[in-house]
Design a protein around this ligand. Structure first.
Ligand SMILES: [Zn+2]
Length: 440
């Protein structure tokens, strides 16, 4: 009898052990199943290390990439292929931040119950927020120059246009060893940082609005530059007496030198940090490259140039897009996303009152200095930047948004070594925005 009792206990222990083991396995499957299914050794998902399933479409359903049973294809249109190269990525895996790599488990159709859908014969579909026809227009407008173009809806965070150049046709990869293809695998919108030049004045201005009480009643005088000890901060003109509105529209270095010295390096640095310029952001799970700012010493031209967007300032195009989106949206940034209908978190970057004051000045820039005629029928508010690179060339920047409830679009354009911001980046922004308001 005792023997039987012992056996019963022993059997129960074994049964309990099995149940316990099953529980552990179920938990691990739930936690790690996606990773296991997406291991490159899984031949039902990968063909010799290449993701072999799934379809990527743009916001209008245009197919941008498709893989099935060893056959890989991209968009039908050559310009669409080139302009979407970085956001889509390539099946050879050269573009690490492309949708093919980043959303591989979605493309494989992975879910917890069925595992990878290609086993049941249906790959997953990823719908991007971009409009591939806008990408094509931006690509053409860059006309062979290197740079980055971003347009988003500042009410939803959806990125409608994301183009990085140089690029190439993934159906016909060129010899990339020439300088024309320098950094061709990098999505400059997310991964590059640039000297911002005068677009940085929007950051310094926002800090000034909150920290200099008499900003709006003060007169800023420009005699062509400012002497600081033995240094000279040169202005691009001789602007005479100006209000803060005029100083921003003139992009006056004398005025912004005065403001920068008064704010101090810590304050400017802290505002740039608060606005997200100095940290890595996440765009639908893709980590972006953080910018960097070095503080100039009080009383030196380095501090002035720091607040003017020169010195050692470096920022990414995506951080600038997020910042102007927040200005347009009364201080709240809807975080940029590249997946259609994905949830966009929102972050307050600045007080409503500050945002509205910057809005007024950005509208004034266009009316007073840039010329509404350069942007027909667009309710555009903007800031230019001509960022000197120290070798006689400059990056052309044009950033801003449409003050238009029907077309709540924010934009950032950078043309590397493109020359003046208004003359060179302005027309790129105009071309894309005209198309965006025409067909949406
Ligand atoms: Zn000036």
């Amino acid at each position: 009898m005792k023997k039987i009792k012992n056996r019963a206990y022993f059997s129960m222990l074994i049964a309990l052990g099995l149940v316990f083991g099953l529980c552990i396995f179920a938990i691990r499957l739930y936690a790690n199943g996606k990773d296991w299914a997406m291991l490159r050794a899984n031949s039902s998902v990968y063909d010799e290390g290449v993701l072999d399933t799934g379809t990527i479409v743009d916001r209008n359903g245009v197919v941008l990439a498709h893989a099935d049973a060893g056959v890989f294809s991209y968009a039908d249109d050559e310009t669409v292929r080139k302009s979407c190269f970085h956001i889509v990525g390539d099946y050879t895996g050269n573009v690490g931040t492309g949708a093919i790599s980043v959303f591989s488990s979605k493309l494989a159709g992975y879910d917890f119950i069925d595992g990878v859908a290609s086993i049941s014969g249906k790959g997953g579909k990823v719908k991007l927020s971009v409009d591939s026809s806008l990408n094509a227009i931006a690509y053409k407008a860059l006309a062979g120059r290197k740079g980055a173009v971003l347009v988003s809806n500042y009410k939803t965070g959806e990125i409608l246009c994301m183009v990085s150049t140089p690029s190439y046709d993934p159906n016909n990869p060129p010899d990339i060893s020439t300088p024309a293809y320098e950094g061709v695998y990098m999505n400059r919108c997310l991964g590059a940082t640039y000297t911002p030049g005068s677009v940085f004045k929007l950051i310094t201005l926002s800090a000034a609005i909150e920290n200099i009480p008499d900003l709006y009643t003060r007169t800023f005088t420009c005699a062509g530059g400012v002497s600081l000890g033995s240094d000279f901060v040169k202005c691009t003109g001789v602007h005479g007496q100006q209000t803060i509105e005029q100083a921003l529209a003139n992009s006056c270095n004398s005025a912004f030198s005065e403001i920068s010295q008064e704010l101090g390096a810590d304050t400017i640095f802290n505002y740039a940090d608060k606005y997200g310029f100095l940290k890595s952001l996440s765009v639908s799970g893709i980590d972006t490259t953080a910018g960097n700012i070095e503080k100039g010493e009080a009383g030196t031209s380095n501090l002035s140039w720091m607040g003017i967007g020169q010195y050692n300032d470096l920022i990414s195009p995506i951080a600038m897009l997020r910042f102007v989106s927040a200005i347009a949206n009364d201080g709240v940034a809807n975080e940029p996303v590249i997946l259609k209908n994905s949830h966009s978190a929102s972050t307050r970057l600045m007080e409503t009152d500050t945002a509205q004051k910057v809005q007024e000045l950005m509208a004034y820039n266009v009316a007073y200095a840039y010329g509404q005629g350069n942007f027909p029928n667009l309710k555009i508010c903007a800031k230019t930047g001509t960022a000197e690179l120290g070798d006689g060339t400059s990056n052309a920047w044009f950033v801003g948004y449409l003050d238009d409830s029907e077309y709540p679009l924010a934009f950032t354009v950078v043309v590397e070594r493109g020359g003046g911001g208004l003359a060179n980046a302005g027309p790129v922004a105009n071309a894309v925005l005209q198309a965006a308001v025409a067909d949406s």
